[in-house]
Ligand binder design. Structure first.
Ligand SMILES: NC(=O)c1ccc[n+]([C@@H]2O[C@H](COP(=O)([O-])OP(=O)(O)OC[C@H]3O[C@@H](n4cnc5c(N)ncnc54)[C@H](O)[C@@H]3O)[C@@H](O)[C@H]2O)c1
Ligand SMILES: N[C@@H](CCC=O)C(=O)O
Length: 546
């Protein structure tokens, strides 16, 4: 029974802990890392609120310490995907009818549990499973995930308030229903927060979800699922399955009740899914909503007026934090000839101080890349650059997979603005730099715009306001998130809604009201207080026959 309009506190961004030497959070996190390393985990799927163990197990190893076994997860097959879809559909009616304040409370409670009781569990699982240092885990698996949960509750509350006008004698209203069917959330390895956001954003809206995380991120995903259950998420609302992509797609994309896809990952996989959904369009009850945030080839454009230290720092952080495995990572930069040498030398000096190794050693800025497949792909790009006359390895270039998948932060300088590594997404710690004549700023902006099919993030670094204005205008379509005098990474929920256009995705801006609208289907209801009782218009009765 609703007998009040409920309000939720306006959300604030979760404060980022520093993990500085001697801090209590550093002690607590190290303790949790040690605990996880001492006791291997056995991770089930979660279908209809039940833990499902198949016995077909896949081992989990930290990418930076591949000989250590962290535990295992239980792989599912087509039958588990089917059961998950059935469980979701069975849960739908009751969940959709549950009042907003009750649904919201579950996600706010999950946010609170992560902020307090499970902060170090989430961070340690992300550090060990996905090879993130403490700071990178903190901004992801603690703060960004908490922010997604709290801010999305706020955005949805604001959406529900939006109502049409009602003139005298008529009451109009808009109801924001969940979609008719189930949602599929398919999530990438690189951000635990994205893994958490993709199933929960539609679920908040009253939808039911089948969630498949990347195999390399199962540890943190399962931890988050346990927290959702502890927070009171009813059985069947979100069903976490581990299945290979094509098997999952075969069941979900052929189902009459498939209502939408919430995807983040590579462009190729998303385009393949879209094609299959398009080919099956006659099978569905309604047009599925398709939201996908995908790859990037993110740029840093530097003007002749830029400060050397600002540029070198933006490149060092933007390109190499989390080993360049952010969709937003700077992977191509354009330096003006007047400061290029100074920037390159400063950058090399910074890279020389970056330590690489395990996540337990908090002195390491660089950890491992996610998998052997990824390592081999990155190493091939580096090897090709070593052989190509158009490219020169300016810094780094080394790699080893003896103990873990380690790739040195690598800077390639090229004489060709269309060299392969200026165009293709590598998704590793490789930055390619093209030096342009300082008086060719505007022509180089055209090159920046046309070089890549992607349009995710980009930066302009300049002290000249006219140059900033020109770049902002000319690169309007080149990046969904555009930064002025900053690195192109590190968007914060509620501050820089995130997403790109062109081949980078549908630009529905994760962590914003725009995204929440995609999971709602509006019904408009008009009620007439005193209905008319005669079909004739007034003018007909007044001048009858004239
Ligand atoms: N734009 C963004 O907001 C954003 C954010 C994070 C990552 N990314 C992108 O994600 C990519 C890196 O993540 P990744 O390596 O996990 O991406 P990926 O495309 O390899 O995998 C993403 C998800 O899709 C699944 N998948 C793969 N093939 C499938 C298939 N045929 N059918 C169904 N599911 C399938 C994977 O198992 C995983 O769960 C990069 O391209 C990066 O730019 C984009
Ligand atoms: N919020 C992150 C998203 C990165 C995606 O992989 C950023 O802006 O760097």
């Amino acid at each position: 029974m609703h007998n009040a309009y409920f309000q939720f506190a306006a959300p604030q961004n979760e404060p980022v802990y520093s993990y500085a030497p001697g801090s209590p959070e550093r002690v607590a996190l190290k303790k949790q890392l040690a605990a996880f390393k001492a006791a291997p985990v056995d991770l089930p799927m979660y279908i209809n609120g039940q833990e499902v163990r198949t016995g077909k197990t896949v081992e989990i190893h930290p990418p930076h310490e591949i000989k250590h076994k962290l535990g295992q997860f239980h792989m599912g097959d087509a039958s588990h995907v089917k059961t998950a879809v059935d469980a979701a559909l069975a849960a739908r009616a009751q969940w959709a009818a549950t009042p907003w304040e009750q649904r919201a409370a579950i996600f706010l409670r999950a946010a609170e549990l992560i902020a307090t009781k499970y902060r170090y569990h989430m961070n340690a699982a992300t550090m060990l499973g996905q090879s993130k240092n403490a700071y990178q885990a903190e901004i992801d698996s603690a703060c960004e995930l908490i922010d997604f949960l709290r801010f999305n509750v706020h955005y949805l509350t604001e959406i529900y308030k939006q109502q049409p006008a009602s003139p005298q004698g008529i009451h109009n209203r808009t109801e924001y229903r969940p979609l008719e069917g189930f949602l599929l959330a398919v999530t990438p390895f690189n951000f635990t927060a994205i893994g958490g956001n993709l199933p929960t954003a539609p679920a908040m809206c009253g939808n039911v979800v089948v969630w498949k995380p990347a195999e390399t991120a199962v540890f943190a995903a399962a931890m988050f699922m346990q927290i959702l259950i502890e927070a009171g998420l009813p059985a069947g609302v979100i069903n976490l399955v581990y299945a290979d992509g094509p098997t999952l797609g075969d069941i979900c994309f052929n189902h009459r009740d498939f209502a939408g896809l919430h995807f983040t990952g590579s462009t190729g996989v998303f385009q393949q899914m879209w094609k299959i959904i398009g080919g099956n369009i006659n099978k569905y009850r309604a047009y599925p909503r398709i939201v996908g945030e995908t790859g990037g080839k993110d740029f840093v454009m530097v003007h002749a007026s830029a400060q050397v230290d600002v540029v070198a720092t933006a490149l060092a952080r933007g390109a190499f934090e989390y080993q360049g495995q952010k969709c937003s990572a700077a992977s191509r930069a354009y330096l003006p000839s007047n400061i290029a040498d100074a920037v390159l030398n400063k950058l090399k000096e910074m890279l020389g101080t970056m330590k690489m190794g395990t996540v337990e050693d908090f002195g390491n800025f660089i950890n491992a890349v996610i998998s052997e497949r990824s390592f081999d792909k990155i190493a091939a790009y580096i090897d090709n650059a070593k052989k190509d006359p158009k490219a020169k390895i300016f810094a780094g270039g080394g790699y080893s997979k003896t103990d873990g998948y380690f790739v040195e932060p690598t800077v390639i300088v090229t004489t060709d603005p269309l060299y392969t590594t200026m165009c293709e997404e590598i998704f590793g710690p490789v930055l390619t730099i093209y030096v342009y004549e300082a008086d060719q700023f505007e022509a180089t902006l055209d090159i920046v715009d046309k070089t890549s099919d992607y349009a995710l993030t980009g930066s302009i670094i300049s002290q000249d306001r006219y140059a900033i204005d020109l770049a902002t205008k000319k690169l309007e379509n080149s990046a969904g998130n555009f930064y002025i005098n900053d690195k192109p990474t590190g968007a914060v929920v509620g501050q820089q809604p995130f997403g790109g256009a062109r081949a980078s995705g549908t630009n529905d801006k994760a962590g914003s009201a725009l995204n929440m609208y995609r999971w709602l289907s509006a019904r408009t209801v008009k009620e007439t207080m005193v209905p008319p009782t005669d079909y004739k218009y007034p003018f007909l009765s007044a001048d009858a026959g004239a």
